[in-house]
Design a protein around this ligand. Structure first.
Ligand code: MIC
Ligand code: SF4
Length: 635
């Protein structure tokens, strides 16, 4: 067996491990973060479970850390109190980014983890089977429920050879994205093996598994080996170590081989993580902003290398350089060993250890800016400045770019070796253990509004087409997030005014004026974030179905969980025929959904019928019929 199948076999609750079939697995650990957490905990509360049933659940506060009004601070207080009341650890603001801290302090090889954040697979770097999902799935797992998923195919990614100087783990995953694209991982787990794996430390592996999310993969996983043991020892957690590797004769569904010695520094160009080119082809591009950090590249070694490159130098006068360490552990170690002073002296603006600019929480660049970032997503408008062009690179490329004021090929420049520490500085005093708290009253600020509930599927489902969108619509298009909107993550009515704003600013008003309707889209609809808001806000606006060429995994699940029909064109040529304001009807909807895969829709405006596929498991069918999971559970 390969590693993926071993972990699934150890956790299998229902189903058979046949790719494409529905299985359910037991979940050991869960994580939430604050921008999806309020919804997840409201849903968890509505399940009426007293204490979480998982081995460990952690609520992180790391996204909405700019407190320019009471809203974010109120949400933090709600999350902290509701978590502690129900036996959930809390990682307070200032402690760092959930995925980095999870690797440092909580992740355990061989265990399962789900998280209400699409980059939860970062923990695959420490040998966990870690899956991103909507908050409701996390709420159910905290209540002891299994996670239902489609048994994935397993792709063997064999790393051979050794990386050249200043070619990094980031370049490996950018190469995978270049080859497989942003939808190449849908329905698959990326499992890494080969000689090249031995040389990658846990944080480097985590950079790779982190950006596996951008492939649309279910998750990515590395073996648990000497590197894992060394990392856990250095974190004072050697007791959490278990070795984990694929059997020698393990089989896989697909195979990819990457010769590390052939790679060079790579760059993902605007506006997609798979628009990858060699840095050497882009050296004419003048840069206005460089941002170093995020859950992809903000570990101790990443930032020590940055500090070495910056030491004694000066950031180009036309560049604004920001650095946000991934965790307080990293931050404190940089401060103690002097690296922080080197960064500050070179001219870096040091930000708190949190998601920050990655999710548009501050540092939106100027109009038409070129921003070079070590992050994982460069979706249109995600930085908060729609006219900006965002390029994704390694920390080494970013640091040199900041010094030169233009994109550089770091492989032609000095390479600084940084050893992994034998012992990290361990200080968990910003992690609250629920055992230390009793008699908690849940604090609910006035910005926390109830989440919308759907109604059972009607006999006839009808409405107008409200938008015809292109391929690869991201959740940042559907429900944008930035410092102005993130404070309203627990206020769906407010957010509804901004739905689809980067695609069509009139969409929200059109949906309201027409009492809801349908969204039409191309391939890979809903890629990116796990945010349920991209389903809950359309639900609030009366969206009954999304008709697309194909869907991204987490978003499709979120639509089903909300009782919104995820329909795919049976014949893609029908996409071209639909226009905004076409009146669509599904007659005998309940009967059609019950009967099976094909749903017939009528375009009343243009007078023709067309077919869509609705492939649902028996369980998902009950959700769609009941109008979402919560209605189904109540029933
Ligand atoms: C992201 O990177 O897009 C986020 C912000 O972390 C999201 C979660 C969210 O929208 O709150 C994700 O990746 O799931
Ligand atoms: Fe935070 Fe960015 Fe990572 Fe999302 S991708 S968890 S916003 S750092």
């Amino acid at each position: 067996m390969n590693i993926t199948r071993k972990i699934i076999a150890n956790h299998l609750v229902t189903g058979e491990m046949i790719a494409g079939q529905e299985i359910s697995i037991r979940i050991d650990q869960t994580l939430t973060q604050d921008s999806t957490g309020t919804m997840a905990y409201l849903q968890f509360e509505s399940l009426g479970v007293d204490k979480v049933k998982t081995y460990r659940s952690v609520a992180y506060i790391d996204h909405n850390t700019i407190q320019s009004g009471f809203e974010n601070a109120d949400d933090h207080a709600y999350i902290q109190s509701v978590a502690l009341k129900h036996g959930i650890y809390v990682s307070k603001p200032g402690n760092g980014i959930c995925h980095q801290i999870n690797i440092e302090r909580f992740g355990i090889p061989g265990q399962t983890l789900i998280g209400s954040d699409s980059h939860t697979p970062t923990a695959g770097g420490i040998g966990m089977l870690a899956i991103g999902s909507g908050g409701l799935d996390v709420a159910v797992a905290m209540g002891g429920g299994a996670l239902y998923l489609t048994m994935p195919k397993v792709v063997k990614i064999e790393l051979v050879g050794k990386l050249k100087p200043n070619v990094t783990a980031k370049d490996i995953i950018l190469e995978v994205l270049r080859r497989l694209t942003v939808k190449g991982g849908v329905g698959k787990v990326m499992e890494y093996c080969g000689e090249g794996v031995k040389y990658l430390t846990v944080p480097e592996r985590a950079t790779i598994t982190n950006m596996g999310a951008e492939l649309g993969a279910t998750t990515s996983v590395f073996p648990s080996d000497e590197q894992t043991l060394a990392f856990l020892k250095a974190q004072g957690r050697e007791d959490d170590f278990t070795p984990l590797s694929a059997d020698e004769n393990a089989t896989y569904d697909e195979e990819v081989v990457i010769d590390l010695s052939e790679l060079s520094p790579l760059v993902a160009c605007p506006h997609s993580p798979d628009a990858v080119k060699k840095a050497s082809e882009l050296t004419d591009i003048k840069v206005d902003q460089v941002c170093i950090g995020s859950c992809t590249n903000s570990s101790y070694r990443d930032l020590m290398k940055v500090a070495r490159i910056l030491k004694g130098k000066k950031v180009d006068p036309t560049v604004s350089l920001t650095i946000s360490p991934g965790s307080r552990q990293v931050f404190a170690m940089l401060a103690r060993n002097g690296a922080l002073a080197d960064m500050i002296e070179a001219g870096a603006r040091i930000l708190e250890c949190a998601c920050g600019p990655c999710i548009g929480m501050g540092q939106s660049p100027k109009n038409n800016a070129v921003s070079v970032r070590t992050f994982n997503r460069n979706f249109y408008a995600r930085s908060g400045t729609a006219s900006a062009s965002v390029y994704l690179v390694s920390p080494e490329t970013a640091a040199y770019t900041a010094l030169y004021g233009k994109i550089v090929d770091a492989s032609t420049l000095p390479c600084y070796d940084v050893d992994m520490p034998e012992r990290f500085d361990i200080n968990d005093n910003l992690i609250l253990d629920p055992k230390d708290f009793t008699d908690i009253t849940v604090e609910r600020g006035p910005n926390i509004k109830p989440f919308p509930l759907n109604t059972a599927l009607g006999e006839k489902v009808s409405g107008k087409v409200l938008l015809v969108a292109e391929d690869n619509i991201t959740t940042d298009h559907i429900m944008p997030s930035n410092s102005k909107l993130l404070p309203y993550r627990s206020n769906i009515p407010y957010l509804s005014n901004y739905c689809m704003q980067p695609v069509d600013p009139e969409f929200s008003q059109r949906a309201k004026d027409n009492g809801g309707g349908f969204i039409v889209a191309g391939d890979n609809y809903g890629q990116g974030s796990s945010r349920e808001h991209a389903a809950l806000v359309p639900l609030y606006l009366g969206i009954k179905g999304v008709i697309a060429k194909s869907f991204a995994r987490i978003h499709r699940d979120n639509l089903i969980n909300s009782g919104i029909l995820p329909l795919t064109f049976a014949y893609e040529s029908d996409y071209e025929k639909l226009s905004v304001y076409d009146e669509i009807t599904i007659e005998n909807a309940v009967e059609q959904v019950n009967a099976g895969e094909i749903i017939t829709l009528k375009n009343l405006t243009k007078g023709y019928e067309f077919e869509c596929k609705l492939t649902l498991t028996a369980r998902q069918k009950t959700f769609i019929l009941a109008g979402g999971v919560l209605n189904s559970i109540k029933k």
